[in-house]
Design a protein around this ligand. Structure first.
Ligand code: SAH
Length: 431
């Protein structure tokens, strides 16, 4: 009997394996069918997708996505499947969620050849939580899962005390909604889980916007602490998943610098304004939404901070008028919404940022602080810093950089997907 010649480790040919044992050899990956009506099936029974060289290079570079153009053919799949990803020779690269509608076809779940089953997701969730507990000891409000950066692509889980707010952003997580909810209940025993999948990006996946309570009962707005301040998040109706958890650490930091007369522009329900009010004599909070302004007033009263004056106005107009009237402040926070939704809007966005930052610099007394943030994904930290430098030059002020910050530690950034480092928050001091 001829000695069997084993193939590559992952792809043993029929007849391989230790002699004398009657074991069925693993199946060889099939050749792509020319009509592509049935999916390729890999050796573990998962649909198999192969990458062209550029895709393999992206995998090597540690990028968490693979675009459609880097697949070797169009897989005959519905979307939402966990697939086995191989190179053109059949070598295993990892396991990923497949998306049919999005330009991003694959999002890596694992680089190990392990089953992607209930226990896999249980471990991923537990590991994500363990990191937050280490980074933010004693906290009970944080982003528990931050999608790709936690190797749980298309899933966001925010924890507000004993309530969770969740976003399912890709077909893979949408189809495993019940499994993920069951695991969240098992691991974290929440009082309620709210679905905040009412976001536009779901359209890229062919998914509708959805919102509602998925588990338990929501007790109304959920209170939580930020430093000395108690705030409340409306998990169903509030912005994002109920609040801006990405700015949480920056909110508390702002109280450290606040003094004198303070101004908070784009206040929402007071994330920064309330912190400023714990130290400053007086805070003027400028917010365009009547509803948010009303909540801010309630939050200020609940925290016994009578020194907050809420103005419903367009911050651009407020800043221009304040400069014209010769007003002065000691501490200013600028935390506007994103000014650029796509790359074409960057130039206009930078003009907008420069206008408000220039005016804020003009309004500050010598020694005053400017805390300036931008959540525009398409402008990176260097671009933001260049804009600030140009604003300082035009304002004819000399300005120190005291801190360059980003989102909190519960919003980790993948080193190989730094473009997701969307939040910039500079602490500047005007000389
Ligand atoms: N600083 C807040 C988050 C701000 S979100 C925090 O840390 O919690 C941006 C806010 O700016 C929203 O509440 C929005 O209603 C408000 N806004 C948008 N355009 C505005 C404008 N032109 N003037 C004032 N407020 C504006």
């Amino acid at each position: 009997m001829p000695k069997p010649t084993p193939g590559p480790r992952h792809d043993r040919r029929p007849g391989g394996g230790p002699p004398g044992r009657n074991k069925r050899p693993p199946q060889r990956p099939e050749k792509p069918a020319p009509d592509r009506t049935t999916p390729d099936i890999g050796q573990d029974g998962l649909p198999q997708v192969s990458l062209v060289r550029r895709g393999v290079e992206r995998w090597q570079a540690g990028h968490p996505w693979i675009y459609r153009a880097d697949l070797n053919g169009d897989p005959a799949l519905q979307g939402g499947e966990v697939v086995r990803v191989v190179d053109t020779r059949g070598w295993f690269l990892g396991k990923a969620f497949y998306s049919k509608h999005s330009k991003i076809s694959l999002r890596w779940l694992s680089y190990e050849d392990v089953p992607v089953d209930t226990d896999f997701f249980r471990q991923r969730l537990a590991q994500a939580d363990a990191m937050r507990r280490r980074a933010l000891p004693g906290e009970n409000t944080y982003r528990l899962v931050h999608g790709e950066a936690d190797l749980l692509p298309g899933l966001v889980v925010d924890r507000y005390g004993d309530c969770l707010s969740v976003q399912f952003l890709v077909a893979g997580t949408e189809q495993r909604k019940q499994l993920l909810i069951d695991l969240l209940v098992e691991l974290f025993k929440p009082r309620a889980i709210v679905n905040r999948s009412d976001v536009g990006v779901r359209a890229l996946e062919g998914l509708p916007q959805e919102k509602g309570v998925l588990y338990g009962t929501l007790p109304g707005p959920v209170p939580y602490d930020e430093g000395l301040v108690r705030v409340r998040a409306d998990l169903l109706e509030g912005q994002k998943t109920g609040s801006f958890l990405d700015q949480r650490e920056n909110h508390v930091m702002a109280s450290q610098y606040a003094f004198g007369e303070a101004l908070d522009c784009f206040s929402y329900v007071g994330g920064f304004a309330l912190q400023l009010a714990t130290r400053a004599q007086k805070v003027t909070a400028v917010e365009i939404s009547e509803q948010a302004a009303a909540q801010l007033r309630e939050n200020a009263a609940a925290n016994k901070l009578p020194n907050v004056d809420v103005v419903v106005a367009n911050a651009f107009d407020f800043l221009r008028d304040a400069v014209d009237e010769g007003q002065r402040f000691d501490t200013i926070v600028l935390d506007p919404p994103s000014f650029a939704k796509n790359k074409d809007a960057i130039e206009g966005a930078l003009r907008g940022y420069k206008e408000i930052n220039l005016r804020a610099m003009q309004l500050l007394r010598p020694g005053g602080y400017l805390i300036s943030a931008s959540c525009t994904y398409h402008i990176d930290e260097q671009g933001f810093e260049d804009m600030l430098a140009s604003a300082a030059a035009d304002a004819k002020r000399r300005v120190q950089i005291i801190e360059k910050r980003g989102a909190g530690k519960d919003h980790p950034v993948l080193l190989n997907l730094r473009e997701t480092r969307y939040l910039k928050c500079f602490v500047l001091r005007v000389l």
